[in-house]
Structures are given as structure tokens and as C-alpha cells.
Ligand binder design. Structure first.
Ligand SMILES: Cc1cc2nc3c(=O)[nH]c(=O)nc-3n(C[C@H](O)[C@H](O)[C@H](O)COP(=O)(O)OP(=O)(O)OC[C@H]3O[C@@H](n4cnc5c(N)ncnc54)[C@H](O)[C@@H]3O)c2cc1C
Length: 457
């Protein structure tokens, strides 16, 4: 078949791009080998945040006595929690199927694995399809941890752990990045013993250490065991099923389940990129320029497979930028975007732009405004005082260079800074604004006003 556009992967960029290109009058073929909606809807954001909500409910009920409310006998019904998650995922996937169907005859969805077989040519289940425009949105999948013995152990990844019929008695999590941290706290709150093995010195070790330390404090307070700066040397499984993780330090951890959250690899190894001369980097991600062009004429790539920040919102924004480029009215490329992120632990961790460590390493002049959550009225009133707000300001232009937040609703609050940065506004804008009291957002203003230049004398 010849199409005006072929999209490989019904992920966060592929679906909206397919719908909008079809609506613009093109004949579009969308190929998906697994489930509509890709990682985010099926094995990523949607299910994890649904489960995080149940875990938080259990935690709030158990700890309500600090607010003078006594909830007795909190019981976690794990199968019911999983069923709620499955229902929501199903509902969202159905929504995507309906959107695709509503795009009309111009859009054809094909189920199967796509592979390049030549320039601007792919093959799916024996059928060859051609197009002058091919967009690759194939995403990434969990990487197996490079540890001796891993092949002989029934380890879990982010997908398998959300399909467990029963709660693990003891879960060991390899990796203290955002996926590992979210699952660790969630399962601890469901009632499992949880141990994290993280080879960096801190959880979320791209953050400033003081941000990670706030999270570590909260995790330890909930009884999560942390092995920081530790490496798993070998894993094995006993005849009864128990998993033994031997650390390089000589310590061993014995657990019922093992979750590996040590990174993600791009889905390019079985895509036939060589047939179309699509250049990959050393880690297998597709190299693209500012306009999402790969080294193969007519072939673009978007989302996680480009190796950029691997977030749903980034993939979705990729589709927006690429659509404008393809329609011939583009005003921006992929570089230089303001990309916030959020980790849905309790306290949440969020950031945008530069953190203090990045600014120092890159020799960028900056001032740091800082305020502990413990000084924010709202945080004190609801007794969620763990955390810190850090804001980096350019001393010459007064523009905000970045913000790092750990604390209640950090994932919402970070957008105040993201929006100011997007607008190119001065930090004075937040100082002069009037914030409702008592809100967490008020704390953002308070933090910026700790800088001498904005302080009230
Ligand atoms: C546990 C977890 C939690 C996460 N939480 C968050 C979060 O809270 N917020 C956030 O922003 N991000 C989160 N992410 C990341 C987010 O899910 C991804 O960044 C996002 O889904 C990437 O979208 P994408 O469009 O690049 O690819 P994907 O959504 O992965 O879609 C790619 C699609 O391509 C298909 N495909 C692959 N190869 C082929 C082929 N050869 N032929 C046909 N089809 C193919 C795949 O089956 C898949 O459906 C999370 C990820 C995980 C794993």
C-alpha cells in the first residue's frame, strides 16, 4: 500500500499525529505491534499513578492519628486495587480507539510489527507499505540489569509488577530512579517490606543532593530500607522461589520479588533501521536534528526513541512541533524547550530548567533562593512539612534559570516556574504577584523573596 504518511507506534506522539494528519487530508497508516496508547497508558503513567493514589489512601488512613483522626484496621485489598487500575487503563485505551476511529477513512490502523525493508518502505506481516513520510514513534522498553545470574531469576519489570496476583512479602528494587522510587513507596504502603539498591550515592541522583536527601528521609521514616552507593554483584533464586541479591559489599538481601528499574532501551533493535540507513547513537537511540529529521530522507522520529527527555508530555509536544513543521507553519524546533518533570512519590519531586549542580558544572552564573517546606504556612497546617523549594535566578537578567522542588504538590507547583520561564519573565513577576493565602504556591513567592534583591526591608 502507498500512504501519504506512515506512523510506526501508537504512542504519545503517534496517535495525535496520525489523527491530525488524517484530518488534514492525508492518507495515513498507523502501525502498532502491541496496545494502543503505548507505554504511558498501558504500563507507565496511567497505571502507576492510579496505584500511587491507592497507596496514598492507605498511608493517609494509617497516619491520620497525627491530625487527631483514628482510622482502625486499615486493610489493603490488593486485587481490588489492581482491578481498579486495569479498569482505568482499559477505559483510556478505549478512548484512544474511539479517537482513531473518529478520524475517518483517511486513517488506517494496522496491527503488527513494522520493520524497515528499504528507503521509505516498511513491512508488516508480509505486506510492504511505502510513503514519502514515515514517522517513527516506537518508544523504549525496560533494560535487563547487567548482573550475574539475572537470566536465571524471575525478575519483574514495570509491566510485570503491575500484573502480580498477590502482594510481595519483600520487594527488592534495583535502581533508585523515578520508576524505582515510585514502585518502592507504593508497595511499602500496600504492606510489603521494601529494600532499594541504588548504585549512585542518592535516590534520584540527578537531583541536587539536598533534594534527594529529603526524599530519603521520608522513605526511611516509612520503613523503606535504602542501600545507597551499593551495587548488586549477583542474583540467584532458591528452590523455594526466594531471591537472593548479593551486593558487592558482601551483604546479601533475601526477598520474595525483585523489580529491576535500571533504565530503558530503545525499541530499535528489531526495526530494520539499517535497511533505511537510519543512524542510531551508541545506545541505539535514533539521531534526529532540530526538526526531527533522521539521517534517512523522509523519515522522522519522535518521543522516547530519540533519547531526549523520556516523558509523555515531551513525546506529545514532539507531535505538536512536528505537525506544524509538516504543515509548513513551524515556529519552533525541538531544542530549547522548557521541560518540567515530576516524580509521584510522597513528597513529590519536581524540576524544570537548571538545578544548582547543573549550573555549577556548566559555570553558569546564578543565585539560589531556598525555602524549606517547613516554613510554608499551608504545609504546617496540613502537617506535610518535608521538603524544600530551590529557585535559580540569573543575577544579570533576573530570569529564572530553573527550579527544584521536593514537597507536597511539587509536581503542580513546578509549573509556575515552567510558565514564567516559557514566557521569559523576570523573577520579579512572581515577587509582584498576589498569591492566595494559605497555599503552597505562596511558598514559591516566599522562596524567591529570600534573595536579597527581592527581600522586604
Ligand atoms: C513505570 C513508568 C512510569 C512512567 N511515568 C511517567 C510519568 O508519570 N510521567 C511521564 O511524563 N512519563 C512517565 N513515563 C514515561 C512515559 O511513559 C514515556 O515517556 C512515554 O510513554 C513515551 O511515549 P512514546 O510516544 O515515545 O512511546 P511509547 O508510549 O512507548 O509508544 C511506542 C509504541 O510503539 C510500539 N512499537 C514499538 N516498536 C514497534 C514496531 N516495530 N512496530 C509497531 N509498533 C511498535 C510499542 O508497542 C508502543 O505502543 C513512565 C514510564 C514508565 C515505564
Amino acid at each position: 500500500m502507498r500512504a501519504d504518511a506512515i506512523i510506526i507506534g501508537a504512542g504519545q506522539a503517534g496517535v495525535p499525529l496520525a489523527v491530525r494528519l488524517a484530518r488534514s487530508g492525508r492518507k495515513v497508516l498507523l502501525v502498532e505491534r502491541a496496545l494502543l496508547g503505548g507505554t504511558c497508558i498501558n504500563y507507565g503513567c496511567t497505571p502507576t499513578k492510579t496505584l500511587v493514589a491507592s497507596a496514598r489512601a492507605a498511608h493517609v488512613a494509617r497516619s491520620a492519628s497525627r491530625l487527631g483522626v483514628h482510622a482502625s484496621a486499615v486493610r489493603v485489598d490488593f486485587p481490588a486495587i489492581i482491578a481498579r487500575k486495569d479498569a482505568l487503563v482499559h477505559q483510556w485505551r478505549q478512548g484512544i480507539a474511539q479517537r482513531l476511529a473518529a478520524a475517518g477513512d483517511g486513517l488506517r490502523v494496522v496491527s503488527g510489527h513494522a520493520r524497515f525493508v528499504g528507503e521509505r518502505q516498511i513491512e508488516v506481516d508480509g505486506d510492504v507499505h511505502h510513503s514519502e513520510l514515515i514517522v517513527v514513534n516506537v518508544g523504549a522498553r525496560p533494560a535487563a540489569p547487567p548482573i550475574d545470574g539475572i537470566g536465571s531469576v524471575a525478575w519483574l519489570d514495570n509491566r510485570r509488577i503491575m500484573e502480580l496476583p498477590r502482594l510481595p512479602t519483600h520487594l527488592v528494587v534495583l535502581g533508585g530512579g523515578y520508576i524505582g522510587c515510585e514502585f518502592a513507596q507504593m508497595f511499602r504502603r500496600f504492606g510489603s517490606d521494601v529494600t532499594i539498591v541504588q548504585h549512585g550515592p542518592h535516590l534520584l541522583d540527578r537531583e541536587d543532593p539536598e533534594v534527594s536527601e529529603e526524599l530519603e528521609k521520608a522513605f526511611r521514616a516509612e520503613g523503606i530500607e535504602l542501600h545507597l552507593g551499593a551495587r548488586a554483584a549477583q542474583v540467584s533464586q532458591e528452590p523455594g522461589g526466594r531471591i537472593v541479591v548479593a551486593l558487592e559489599s558482601g551483604a546479601t538481601i533475601t526477598a520474595s520479588h525483585l523489580l529491576a528499574a535500571v533504565g530503558r532501551r530503545p525499541n530499535t533493535d528489531d526495526l530494520g533501521c539499517e535497511a533505511s540507513r537510519i543512524q542510531l547513537n551508541a545506545n541505539g537511540f535514533i539521531e534526529v536534528d532540530d526538526r526531527y529529521r533522521t539521517s534517512a530522507p523522509g523519515v522522522h522520529a519522535v518521543g522516547d526513541v530519540t533519547g531526549g527527555p523520556q516523558f509523555t508530555h515531551t513525546s506529545w509536544d514532539d507531535h505538536r512541533i512536528l505537525f506544524d513543521i509538516l504543515q509548513g507553519h513551524s515556529t519552533r524546533g525541538r531544542a530549547g524547550r522548557v521541560i518540567p518533570y515530576s516524580v509521584f512519590t510522597d513528597p513529590q519531586v519536581a524540576g524544570v530548567g537548571l538545578n544548582e549542580r547543573n549550573a555549577r558544572t556548566r559555570g553558569i552564573q546564578h543565585e539560589v533562593a531556598r525555602m524549606p517546606f517547613g516554613q510554608v504556612a499551608r504545609a504546617i497546617e496540613i502537617d506535610e512539612t518535608v521538603g524544600i523549594i530551590k529557585v535559580l535566578v540569573d543575577p544579570t537578567t533576573e530570569r529564572i534559570l530553573g527550579a527544584s522542588l521536593v514537597g507536597a504538590e511539587a509536581g503542580e507547583l513546578v509549573h509556575v516556574f515552567a510558565t514564567l520561564m516559557q514566557a521569559g519573565a523576570s523573577a520579579r513577576a512572581i515577587v509582584d504577584a498576589e498569591f492566595a493565602h494559605p497555599t503552597f504556591a505562596e511558598g514559591l513567592q516566599g522562596a524567591v523573596m529570600t534573595l536579597d534583591r527581592y527581600a522586604l526591608h
